[in-house]
Design a protein around this ligand. Structure first.
Ligand SMILES: [Zn+2]
Length: 172
């Protein structure tokens, strides 16, 4: 399985052909007689609610630097989703959450130049977290923002962040 659109076989280097299977074109290596299934890459987010405020981070680098989103990040290949989400929350905002306390709210797909992200989205109340909010790695800023300001577009939340906030019920 691969996450990117591949032209060559990751195993033997031969140029890939395509075969049709179950109604879709699949990348295939005639030498290895192997089909390379295309997969999305998991990422996670956490919505922390504190009454009528929601915790956002300002992205420090990468695509959409300077814009706002939920605390989020990719799981390690062998890391459960809840643990990854809780780890990213702490790394980016300083808040500590018990992974078991995170409620799954949904998933959204996001196209990227190299492939597709599948964001697995969780929610937790501020009252069940510990620590103080301070911007950490990957975050230029981290703060609780009034949900009304997010709804009214006063905060520049990037498109994936808005979809995650809809998943969590913050936006309609
Ligand atoms: Zn091959």
């Amino acid at each position: 399985m691969i996450a990117v659109a591949a032209n060559y076989c990751p195993e033997c280097g031969r140029e890939l052909t395509t075969i049709e299977f179950e109604g879709r074109e699949r990348d295939h290596c005639p030498t290895c007689e192997r089909t390379w299934w295309r997969q999305s890459v998991p990422t996670t987010s956490v919505t922390v609610r504190d009454d009528d405020r929601v915790l956002l981070i300002q992205r420090a680098d990468g695509p959409d630097a300077g814009r706002w989103d939920l605390p989020a990040g990719h799981p390690e290949h062998d890391e459960p989703g809840r643990e990854a989400a809780a780890r990213e929350l702490t790394e980016e905002t300083g808040l500590v959450a018990d992974p078991a306390a995170l409620d799954l709210v949904g998933t959204v797909l996001a196209e990227r130049p190299w492939g597709t992200n599948r964001s697995i989205n969780y929610r937790v109340d501020r009252a069940t977290t510990d620590g103080e909010v301070t911007a950490g790695s990957d975050a230029a800023d981290a703060r609780f923002v009034p949900t009304a300001a997010v709804r009214e577009g006063d905060v520049d939340v990037r498109p994936l962040g808005r979809r995650r906030l809809r998943d969590a019920g913050v936006l309609e």
